[in-house]
Write a protein that binds this ligand. Structure first.
Ligand code: PMP
Length: 362
């Protein structure tokens, strides 16, 4: 029987987003290095805060997220009224597309940018536009050329996933300055905390009316399983997004854990240090094996192989040893593998497997 219940035009053209693999059949001792999670986990204070809500699971969570917003405002020295919390930062990307883009509108992002920009634009009925990069790095000139009177949103991640590259504050400001006046620039700072001394461009948000910043608790704060994100932007944009979000979009455990994680600045600093140490190790050791990586500012490296066949074979070699990394074909990078920075011993395993692989391949 053919159904007459049909989705909106274009919905069935949306590619399914498949999350990073978590296990390999028949292989024990697996380590997941495919989703840019924090291998050191969440802070003990965050875990304790999460457990503390267990006695009250029948009660709806806060709908204005005031305590979490206050903690974020305190740590980042921001205006709590201009912060919005979400069910992961994915949800903010979706809210932005829902609120600002529809049929006939264009949503710009960079060619190797995070997939959700495209998928959320399509779900909103807008036209996604992938703009070329230069050497896997955001190209401000290309974005400015692509922007036109239909452009409503421009997404860039700084640092970018899956390339790990970053552009300077001056370049971001030049982009914001040059965009048409109806376009909102969204700066995705999912990996901002991995960059020492970086505010995710919060200060640019303060200076301009056309910038919105998104952040997450899924990466350095180690709370991917709880789904908490936040955004900072002009009051009008915040008030708009408040109208498309559900009243209880962030769960009680997530709110409690995120607040404790945000306030545990020593633990965050420790994770930043450990990540930098092992990211540098991976970068140097893979480079020595002839596997080039761009300098990554995130908690992953993008390993470039000589061909798609080589990347596939390396993926296979790693996974047969229980090391799960991320093929990034859907990001237009078929000859690359994205490897999340793991604990030291796991990074050493990656290097050992790739070393043997390289000997056999050449
Ligand atoms: N932006 C970027 C660049 C990401 O890599 C991710 C996670 N992979 C997200 C946003 C979304 O993260 P979350 O929804 O867990 O906050």
């Amino acid at each position: 029987m053919t159904t007459r219940i049909q989705p909106q035009p274009g919905i069935m053209d949306i590619e399914l987003y498949v999350g990073g693999k978590a296990h390999v059949d028949g292989v024990s001792n697996t380590v997941k290095l495919s989703s840019n999670e924090n291998p050191w986990g969440a802070s003990e204070k965050a875990k304790q805060a999460y457990r503390s809500v267990a006695g009250n699971l029948h009660v709806y969570p806060s709908s204005d997220h005031s305590e979490l917003r206050a903690a974020i405002a305190k740590v980042h020295d921001l205006d709590a009224e201009r912060i919005i919390c979400s069910n992961g930062s994915d949800e903010l990307i979706s809210f932005l597309c829902q609120a600002y883009a529809g049929a006939g509108d264009e949503v710009l992002f960079t060619e190797h940018g995070f997939l959700m920009y495209k998928l959320c634009a399509q779900a909103a009925g807008a036209t996604p536009v992938a703009v070329r990069e230069i050497e896997r790095t955001t190209d401000v000139d290309a974005l400015l050329e692509a922007a036109n009177e239909n452009t409503k949103l421009v997404f860039i991640a700084n640092p970018n996933n899956p390339t790990g590259t970053m552009i300077s504050e001056e370049e971001v400001a030049r982009l914001a300055e040059g965009l048409p006046e109806q376009a909102l620039l969204v700066l995705d700072g999912a990996y901002a905390e991995y960059v020492e001394g970086f505010d995710g461009h919060a200060s640019l948000v303060e200076q301009r009316e056309n910038i919105f910043m998104t952040r997450t608790f899924s990466k350095i704060y180690g709370l991917g399983g709880l789904r908490v994100g936040w955004g900072y932007g002009p009051l009008e944009v915040i008030q708009t997004l408040q109208r498309v979000r559900g009243p209880f979009n962030v769960n009680a455990g997530g709110l409690a854990a995120a607040e404790a994680a945000m306030l545990d600045v020593d633990y965050t600093a420790k994770c930043q240090r450990l990540n930098a140490e092992w990211r540098d190790y991976l970068h140097a050791e893979l480079g020595a094996l002839g596997i080039a990586c761009d300098p990554s500012m995130g908690n992953f490296v993008l390993a470039r192989f000589g061909s798609e066949a080589e990347a596939d074979a390396a993926d296979q070699a790693l996974s047969s040893e229980g090391l799960i990394v991320r093929a990034v074909k859907s990001y237009g990078l078929p000859d690359c593998l994205r490897i999340t920075v793991g604990k030291g011993a796991d990074c050493k395993r990656v290097v050992a497997v790739l070393s043997v692989f390289k000997e056999g391949w050449e």
